[in-house]
Design a protein around this ligand. Structure first.
Ligand SMILES: *Cc1c(COP(=O)(O)O)cnc(C)c1O
Length: 438
């Protein structure tokens, strides 16, 4: 069991006894999630003065509080105002400040929704909101409008609407389960949901977006892994924002998932006074790949209500990308994206590496500032692709390569083969033969 002093103290206060056997039970953690200011003060020993308490209560009336005892135990109570864990879990009165640019549903997820629970924005994939609850309410949640909606856990009948939509929409080859947190559903429900979706012929991959490894790592149990294993290919994305969130418990959770054979990705949000720093980000991505989690996206913070204090200029994200590209492993580098307000989808942004170009030459710079040129070929026939595939010389046989046909030496060994010898290309002796014959 993993316990530090902070965890010991919190568990003692919750249970009022020395018996800590439940700490790693995810249901115990959920049951004892911290949902009030009083409870927060009691368990952390942090005290706010009366005027701040009044404002905080207003904040939590609008955007409810919920922190797992585990995540609470990561708060640095001595310097909590600057603590990335505290700032993500507890937030502050700044959330009541609404700027004109901010919207309830900045990504128009509710507009692009053909049926309840589904956002169908891109041609070949859908976002399926399978629960409205999370074990922790991140203060920077882009779906703050839904947070705490009477702790909505959908029934099978409600989920069936989404499943039916996917079933009758053959272009959907990728289904992304999100929420809320899909792992808030019971094991039985997850099993049922995955079996329904994976039985749809045109669905090639299922993805799950979950913050459980970060905020409630004990949710990743052996039972859950054995259920998930039945539904490969299954990709799992989690949401670490700061190296401080990588602990023995969270490492164990991601190791269980990686050992289960699920490709793991991470989506971070760029957050002011939390991770808006190239050094923090580089440390985070290094720790992620060390734990077999590939940085997938770095999000510009959305224009959701109450998030202005978390937002940074886009230049900060570009600066961070500048510090990663070339400076570290390619697979440790996320794609920095801005999710277009109004629902245009994710737009990737990068520092500029192309400095200039002419008709046959491109001027580029590298991460060190070296300026270089790339001479384009003179021989390339411009191919204006008009989708006239009949006339195209490219191999458009896109089915999987067939390995059943014998080739090479294997072919020579076949009894019925007409081939008696294999000759390397440009063999001089054979060329001489051909010339003499000619
Ligand atoms: C992010 C998102 C997806 C998945 O996008 P990818 O770039 O494929 O990861 C799908 N649908 C919606 C609505 C999204 O916001």
């Amino acid at each position: 069991m993993i316990f530090n002093d902070a965890q010991q103290e919190i568990a003692n206060k919750i249970e009022n006894k020395k018996n800590l056997s439940n700490w790693r039970d995810w249901k115990w953690q959920l049951k004892h999630s911290i949902k009030s200011l009083d409870q927060f003060e009691l368990l952390t020993g942090i005290r706010f003065d009366d005027s701040e308490r009044k404002e905080l209560k207003k904040t939590f009336d609008k955007f409810p509080l919920s922190i797992t005892p585990y995540y609470l135990s990561l708060i640095n109570t001595k310097n909590f105002r600057n603590d990335p864990v505290f700032r993500q879990a507890f937030g502050g009165v700044e959330e009541l400040i609404m700027s004109d640019a901010e919207l309830k549903d900045p990504l128009s997820e509710d507009h692009d929704s053909p049926v309840e629970g589904i956002t169908h924005r891109y041609p070949d994939r859908v976002l399926f909101h399978v629960s409205n609850v999370c074990s922790m309410y991140c203060r920077h949640c882009t779906r703050k409008r839904k947070v705490g909606d009477v702790d909505f856990v959908p029934t099978k009948d409600q989920l069936r609407k989404g499943i039916d939509y996917i079933r009758k929409t053959p272009q959907v080859r990728d289904v992304l389960l999100s929420g809320g947190d899909p792992f808030m559903l019971t094991d039985q429900m997850i099993d049922w949901l995955l079996s329904e979706i994976s039985s749809i012929e045109h669905v090639e991959v299922i993805r799950i977006g979950t913050r459980m490894p970060v905020v409630l790592p004990y949710r990743i149990t052996d039972d859950l892994i054995s259920i998930l294993k039945k539904y490969q290919p299954l990709w799992i994305n989690t949401h670490f924002n700061h190296p401080r969130e990588i602990t023995a418990s969270s490492k164990e959770a991601v190791a269980m998932l990686a050992d289960g054979g699920f490709p793991l990705g991470n989506q971070s949000v760029l957050l002011a006074d939390i991770n808006d720093c190239p050094r923090i980000m580089k440390t985070l991505v290094h720790k992620l790949v060390e734990n077999r989690v590939r940085p997938y996206y770095l999000y510009q913070c959305d224009l959701s209500e109450g998030l202005s204090h978390f937002r940074t200029p886009i230049g900060k994200g570009i600066e961070i990308m500048e510090s990663l590209v070339g400076h570290t492993s390619g697979f440790a580098r996320p794609v920095y994206v801005i999710d277009a307000p109004g629902g245009g989808g994710k737009i990737p942004v990068m520092p500029n590496y192309i400095i200039s170009w002419s008709t046959n030459k491109v001027v580029l710079r590298n991460y060190e500032g070296v300026i270089t040129t790339y001479q384009e070929p003179d021989s390339y026939e411009p191919k204006m692709c008009d989708r006239n595939c009949e006339k195209c010389s490219l191999d458009l046989e896109l089915s999987e390569g067939d390995e059943s046909e014998a080739i090479g030496i294997e072919k020579l060994l076949q009894e019925q083969s007409d081939t008696i010898s294999l000759v390397p290309e440009n063999n001089e002796r054979i060329q001489r033969r051909d010339e003499n014959a000619g």
